[in-house]
Unconditional design. Structure first.
Length: 336
């Protein structure tokens, strides 16, 4: 089934590529710059005003709202225009949005993709247009990109697990069971959070008794947690959700079961709604990313490339630039 789904994605992406090639007209002139010591290739824009396209995963999610604000504000500071496009968690929108943005003559594309496996066609489209491609979070799908801004997801999962162990000790919990609520299967980098969390739990003799995919949906996480509670009741020490949207669904189910404060709930992102839930006692923590800074950095990288500069990567092979994560503990403040 998984292979069948991947084939369908590739066929869909290829179809969009053929359509795009059929009507594409290059509206902006570029020339290649001398390759820098760090970045593989550079772009120099010959027109006066820079306009970047911003294709965002889903603007209904707080995390991406914050990221978009970082893109827009930094672009304004640099006198760069921004044309946003909301993928609405839809692969087709991700591809058609790329086509529409390029057709409007953008000079660079920033994208936070709903489906990294479809990034190959996005890369082909930007290559054809001769513009830089900067990926912010989620994943690249192995496509040829110019930069990939990503949080330390594995390290964040370890941080969440270490905090969970601390909570178990401090709250004197008797259960030695944990649950992980997972993001979409295509979100390979986000899933590193759960992988790291599971490893630390198991090394500490805490059993991960359930790992359930809730597709970054608060409703799906709520329904999944209700089913888990039917099987385990109060015999759970901690639930780790790979993002805060799902953690809020978990918190709702736990609260309805009358187990708030008895089962520890930890999320990932640092969304304002999650911090409020922590402050009100419905969650015990979240691993905060820095989406605003990530969005702003994406604009800076595009500006650097379009002005003939080079990029220094944290990992030259994958072209990754790492963004720090940190713990917001049960006080609702950053733990230092």
């Amino acid at each position: 089934m998984k292979n069948f789904w991947r084939i369908n994605v590739l066929l869909l992406a290829f179809s969009f590529l053929l359509i795009y090639i059929g009507y594409h007209k290059n509206t902006v002139v570029y020339k290649n710059a001398v390759t820098g010591n760090e970045s593989k290739k550079d772009y120099v824009k010959t027109a006066d005003n820079i306009v970047i396209g911003w294709s965002v995963y889903n603007t209904e999610q707080e995390y991406f709202q914050t990221m978009q604000q970082g893109v827009i504000n930094r672009a304004r500071e640099l006198n760069i225009g921004v044309i946003p496009y909301d993928q609405k968690s839809n692969t087709s929108e991700m591809i058609t949005g790329t086509m529409e943005l390029i057709a409007q003559g953008i000079d660079a594309l920033l994208i936070s993709p709903i489906n990294p496996e479809a990034m190959m066609v996005v890369s082909n489209l930007t290559e054809e247009a001769g513009i830089p491609l900067i990926v912010i979070d989620v994943g690249t799908g192995g496509a040829d990109i110019d930069a990939f801004i990503i949080s330390d997801n594995y390290g964040g999962g370890v941080l969440a697990a270490e905090y969970a162990l601390r909570l178990i000790r401090e709250h004197e919990l008797s259960s030695r069971n944990a649950v992980i609520i997972k993001t979409e299967e295509t979100s390979t980098y986000a899933r590193r959070r759960g992988e790291a969390f599971a490893r630390v739990m198991e090394d500490s003799n805490i059993a991960v008794v359930a790992e359930v995919t809730a597709n970054s949906s608060q409703k799906q996480a709520y329904e999944a947690m209700k089913e888990i509670l039917k099987n385990y009741g109060s015999d759970l020490a901690v639930v780790f959700s790979e993002n805060d949207t799902m953690a809020l669904g978990v918190a709702q189910a736990v609260n309805e079961a009358g187990l708030t404060g008895k089962i520890m709930i930890i999320g990932f992102n640092g969304d304002p709604s999650a911090i409020e839930a922590i402050q009100n006692g419905y969650m015990q923590g979240t691993i905060a990313q820095q989406p605003y800074e990530m969005g702003a950095l994406g604009v800076e990288i595009a500006n650097t490339l379009l002005n003939g500069g080079t990029i220094t990567y944290d990992d030259r092979e994958t072209k990754e630039l790492f963004s720090e994560v940190y713990l917001i503990d049960e006080t609702g403040t950053r733990n230092r």
